[in-house]
Structures are given as C-alpha cells and as structure tokens.
Write a new protein. Structure first.
Length: 281
C-alpha cells in the first residue's frame, strides 16, 4: 500500500517532500491539482492544466541500496509507469533516456528523481512525476506534448472519455514501490534493466541524429547499451559505414537501418551522462 497526501496547491511537490522528508514515511505520495512551479529534468517548468493531469512526488527509502546503482531506481520508476499505462489503458509507451515517457515521438510524462546519499548508500529517493492525463490543449512552447486522453481520441475513442486519475495514481504508486523493493535481489536488478532496455525509445538498431552538447556537433548514431551508472553509449558509424549498416530512406524520409551487424571497427562509441547529448527529433 501507498499513503497519498493531497494538497490543494503547492509550488512543487518535489520541493514540499524535500522540506518535509523527516516527517514523511516511505512510500508516501504527495499530489496536487495545482502545482505552480513544477520542475523538469533540465530545470524547465512543467505545464499542467489544474485538475486534468497527475503531478505527484513519491518518497522512497530503499534499504542498503548502493549509490553506485542509483540508475536502477530510475529504471524501476520508468518501467512501473509504462507497465501500468499499458495494463490499464492498452497504450504502448516507451522510455526516452534517461526517464521521460514517450508515445511515438510525443512526450507523455516527465520524471525528476533526486537522491540523498550518505557514504556509499542512498538514504532516500524523491521521485517527481508529471503525467499528462486528460489535458487536450497545451499552451506552452513545449515542442511535442501529448496526453493519455489525446491518445485515446487518436485511436478513435469518444472525445468525452475522462480517465480516472485517482485509480491511475494509486496503481502507479503501488507499482513503483513494488519495483523498488524488488531491487534488493541481484537477479531483479538485471530483469529490471532488461525491461528498461526493451522499452527504450529508439533502441531499434536504426540510425538517428544526435547533438553533442559540448561541441555542438550533430552526427548520425545508433542507440547502444546503458551502463549501470546510467551512461548512454551511442555508436557513430565511421565514414563510409552508413552504407554498410544498410541505411535507406523510408516513405517518411527518415533514415532506417537494416539489421546488418557492425563491428567495433566500423563505429565510434560515444559515452554520455545526462545533459551531455541531445536527441534530434
């Protein structure tokens, strides 16, 4: 079970939990219909029409969890959200590294996770989630937002369909708790990582464009593995090897790669932490 604390209005649920962490029990969710200063991964604000979406923060205190494995917590949270959305609404979503939730090329949810570390262990984790549920008009300059309700309308369901946010919140919170508690087992860590990789956006052996933030260089690359630290590896085919990879233009004009295998001699591996690389959508 999870405990849910509902606030009428708050600047940021993440900030509220951080200020009151000593008084809150593990698996407590703080939610509000009106968040006035929600924060995103890059310090961006999060647009949410009051009463239409889910904006919440969950506190977890994982026991004896090594700080070096903190990305496993991000994986557990993201997997919980895509699984519940699939089970409850039959909507297939993916995880955009490190932990945005996407439907096709549209952003459905953002996740902001903050850890308190003592020594080599995580003392507590603050998990902030903004999930677009019933909102149908977005007024900010965000390039690609979408809501669950819009997806349902897109596939032909009635426009007056309203998704029960309370049920969705409880199920997502419960699944996050269950996933994190499982991470005490090494095999579960591996299973969670496998699930994350299977749902990773654009992890499909195709060539996409990326921008190296430090240099500004835009280059073609293929999504590779994600290390336990959370670093993403992108493989850039060496000159002349795009053709070897079998890249061709499909009917939409995007580059599509065949399943031809490339060796380490065919490409350059770029290793990135978050904010060091941008996807070109």
């Amino acid at each position: 079970m999870v405990s849910i604390l509902r606030l009428e209005e708050v600047d940021s649920t993440n900030t509220y939990v951080a200020k009151n962490v000593a008084e809150l029990e593990s698996a407590t969710i703080v939610t509000t219909d009106n968040q006035t200063a929600g924060r995103g991964q890059r310090g961006n604000s999060w647009e949410s029409e009051p009463g239409m979406n889910l904006t919440f923060t969950m506190l977890m205190r994982p026991e004896k969890f090594a700080a070096i494995r903190q990305f496993s917590l991000s994986e557990a949270v993201a997997v919980a959200i895509v699984d519940v959305i699939g089970e409850e609404l039959e909507i297939f979503t993916e995880i955009k590294w490190p932990n945005d939730i996407y439907w096709r090329d549209n952003k459905l949810a953002g996740i902001l996770i903050e850890h308190a570390v003592m020594g080599s262990e995580i003392m507590h984790t603050i998990i902030g989630v903004g999930l677009n549920v019933n909102q149908t008009k977005f007024l900010s300059d965000a390039p690609n937002p979408i809501s669950l309700r819009q997806i349902l309308i897109n596939r032909g369901e009635k426009g007056d369909t309203i998704i029960d946010r309370d049920i969705l919140l409880e199920k997502i919170g419960t699944r996050i708790k269950e996933n994190i508690l499982r991470l005490t087992d090494k095999k579960e860590l591996e299973r969670m990582h496998d699930k994350y990789m299977r749902r990773l956006w654009r992890n499909n052996n195709q060539v996409y464009k990326f921008r190296d933030v430090e240099s500004g260089r835009i280059y073609p690359g293929i999504v590779g593995e994600i290390e336990p630290t959370g670093h993403l590896c992108i493989y850039e085919p060496k000159a002349g090897n795009i053709a070897k990879k079998g890249v061709a233009n499909d009917d939409t004009g995007s580059n599509v790669a065949t399943s031809n295998k490339m060796t380490d001699d065919d490409c350059i591996c770029h290793r990135y932490a978050f904010k060091e690389v941008e996807w070109i959508i």
